[in-house]
Design a protein. Structure first.
Lengths: 158, 426
């Protein structure tokens, strides 16, 4: 097992200076996700404007892989339509579950390609997915919330 | 079987143990494995699960290949052999922990199930106003079953705190153990801190108010001689796989008079006396608590495991564990930025050492060590509250057993130096 393939410099950079760290206001939904087997925790806030992700901020305790993956994930989804972010997640998940046999698409994953080596450390895959699972949950909740309030407005307008 | 060995380390002056660990290691083929990168396996995760000697695996193999059948209910010759083998496992467990009566040994699937059995059956008598007392250093398996029991019954859960040194805070024991206390359940040896708790003293205070004492001995039975007849516990739980035995079997020992008063836990075959559609009567202990086909081959394996440990001598194993723990504590103290959680001297302390390394998360510590063949545990070790007590989210834990060598400790200390330089905290 090659340590350098796991801990690429990009990952260590994101770990040391995570992007979008620190919880911002305003936000639509806040979630708290944990990895019960190891104790890693992330609190994440999402703000949407219609179908576009306008803000993701996070505060987490965890290892270099989980912190760096959350940082990279934030970069990848902010400013993009929700559907594009979800599609990027699918690509990232495919890479993580590929046991090192999946060629990462740098066009889509950008700094996320640095996590290709994680796929060869099965125990660490869940670290790389923690931030993503928090973002997907928060975003799904934010969309549901927007839909509910739109319906309410619709009713009051009648 | 074993003679004393000494070892001189480049890092530390000397190491003495009554065990000939080279002979012991020859019984554990896995310890000769080479891992990725050509590194020899250095297994420092025995508090999580111990490795198994050839003798245990052979006993299980022989049982399955030659004697296999169901127990008790099979009326044929193999059934008789399987029953004798299973009940023979019970005899060996009883002898190993000093139980005065073989019927005091209940087989479960693990220590968690044994503790759940205790919480469920003792919990049946709890009511609002009653108190259950545990400690902040428990494994989750000795916290959650009692939380559930208290939720079901309206009883109140209380706990001993932990001092900065990682010992039980007994300063408020007179208040914590009072006339409302019905159950005191605590670990003998902390899996996270290594602390050995004064069971007998606490049990005496608990008995004075009429409380029942439950002991989680998962980290104790593998490590040192245990005699339940003098300990003071009423119920005691441990697991096979941490004591060089197989997975899938645990033990609940209980004083017979207490077991005989407890209601059943799981219902099913073998735990009954007479079943009618209108109601059933139950078998006496231990059968009352062993519904369904039990872990038969595992009981055979556990018997072989305890024979193996007894053959070496639990006093020698305890002395080796003590020596290796002292050696490890001294070695770890030489690593800059390393903080030990729990007692820092090998006094009233078991062979599991959890620590933090400044600037590097435990997962990253474990991964770097793993690439050098060193297996440790990283996380909260199923003891989140005690980590919270020390203001940390997780830790790295190295744990030792009868086959652990001082060379392996040197490799750990050396590996931690590599961790620090890799993450540029050196």
């Amino acid at each position: 097992m090659q340590l350098d393939s796991l801990y690429q410099e990009i990952i260590l950079d994101h770990y040391r200076t995570p992007h979008h760290a620190g919880l911002a206001d305003p936000y639509d939904v806040e979630v708290h996700h944990v990895n019960p087997s190891c104790g890693d925790e992330v609190t994440l806030r999402v703000e949407l404007d219609g179908d576009t992700v306008t803000g993701v901020t996070h505060q987490s305790v965890g290892c270099s892989i989980s912190q760096a993956a959350t940082s990279v994930m934030s970069d990848l989804v902010i400013g993009k339509p929700v559907a594009e972010g979800m599609a990027t997640y699918e690509k990232f998940l495919e890479l993580m579950q590929g046991r090192g046999n999946v060629e990462p698409d740098e066009e889509v994953l950008e700094d996320g390609v640095a996590f290709a080596g994680v796929a060869q450390f099965p125990a660490r895959v869940k670290c790389a997915l923690l931030g993503w699972s928090a973002w997907r949950d928060a975003t799904a909740q934010a969309l549901a919330k927007a839909e509910t309030s739109a319906k309410k407005e619709g009713v009051s307008n009648v | 079987m074993t003679g004393a060995r000494t070892f001189s380390s480049p890092l530390q002056p000397s190491f003495e143990s009554p065990l000939d660990w080279h002979t012991v290691r020859a019984d554990f083929p896995i310890l000769s494995r080479e891992l990725s990168g050509g590194y020899p396996l250095i297994y420092l995760d025995s508090a999580n699960s111990s490795q198994k000697p050839r003798q245990v695996v052979q006993a299980i193999e022989e049982h399955y290949l030659i004697h296999n059948a169901n127990v008790a209910r099979a009326m044929h010759q193999l059934g008789a052999e399987a029953t004798a083998a299973y009940e023979g496992g019970r005899d060996k467990v009883a002898a190993f922990i000093g139980a005065p009566n073989r019927d005091e040994i209940v087989f479960t699937k693990n220590a968690s199930e044994a503790l759940n059995l205790a919480a469920h059956t003792l919990g049946a008598a709890l009511k609002p106003g009653d108190e259950v007392l545990i400690t902040e250093m428990e494994h989750h398996s000795n916290i959650v079953p009692w939380q559930l029991a208290c939720e079901r019954t309206g009883a109140t859960l209380r706990w001993f705190g932990v001092t900065d040194e990682g010992r039980l805070d007994l300063s408020n024991i007179e208040e914590l153990i009072n006339e409302h206390t019905k159950v005191v359940s605590l670990t003998w040896v902390s899996n996270a801190l290594g602390t050995i708790n004064p069971i007998t003293d606490i049990a005496a205070k608990a008995h004075a108010v009429g409380a029942t004492v439950v002991v989680d001995a998962s980290q104790a039975v593998p490590q040192f001689p245990v005699d339940v007849s003098t300990l003071g516990a009423d119920l005691l739980a441990f697991t096979g796989h941490k004591a060089v035995g197989p997975t899938g079997i645990g033990v609940l020992w209980g004083r017979y008079e207490l077991l005989a008063q407890l209601p059943p836990f799981l219902g099913g075959g073998e735990m009954i006396e007479v079943v009618r559609m209108t109601g059933s009567t139950y078998a006496p202990p231990p059968a009352r608590f062993e519904a369904g086909t039990p872990p038969i081959a595992q009981a055979v394996g556990l018997g072989a495991a305890l024979d193996y440990l007894a053959g070496i001598g639990m006093d020698k194993i305890a002395a080796h564990e003590q020596a290796i723990t002292a050696y490890a504590l001294e070695g770890l103290k030489t690593v800059p930025g390393l903080t030990i959680l729990g007692p820092t001297e090998a006094v009233e302390r078991g062979g599991a050492v959890s620590f933090e390394l400044d600037g590097v998360h435990p997962h990253d510590v474990a991964t770097v060590l793993d690439t050098r063949g060193i297996a440790v545990r990283a996380g909260h070790h199923c003891a989140r509250p005690v980590h919270e007590r020390f203001g940390v989210q997780s830790s790295t834990r190295a744990s030792f057993y009868l086959y652990t060598t001082p060379e392996e400790i040197d490799a750990l200390v050396d590996g931690l130096g590599c961790v620090r330089s890799f993450f540029k905290v050196a």
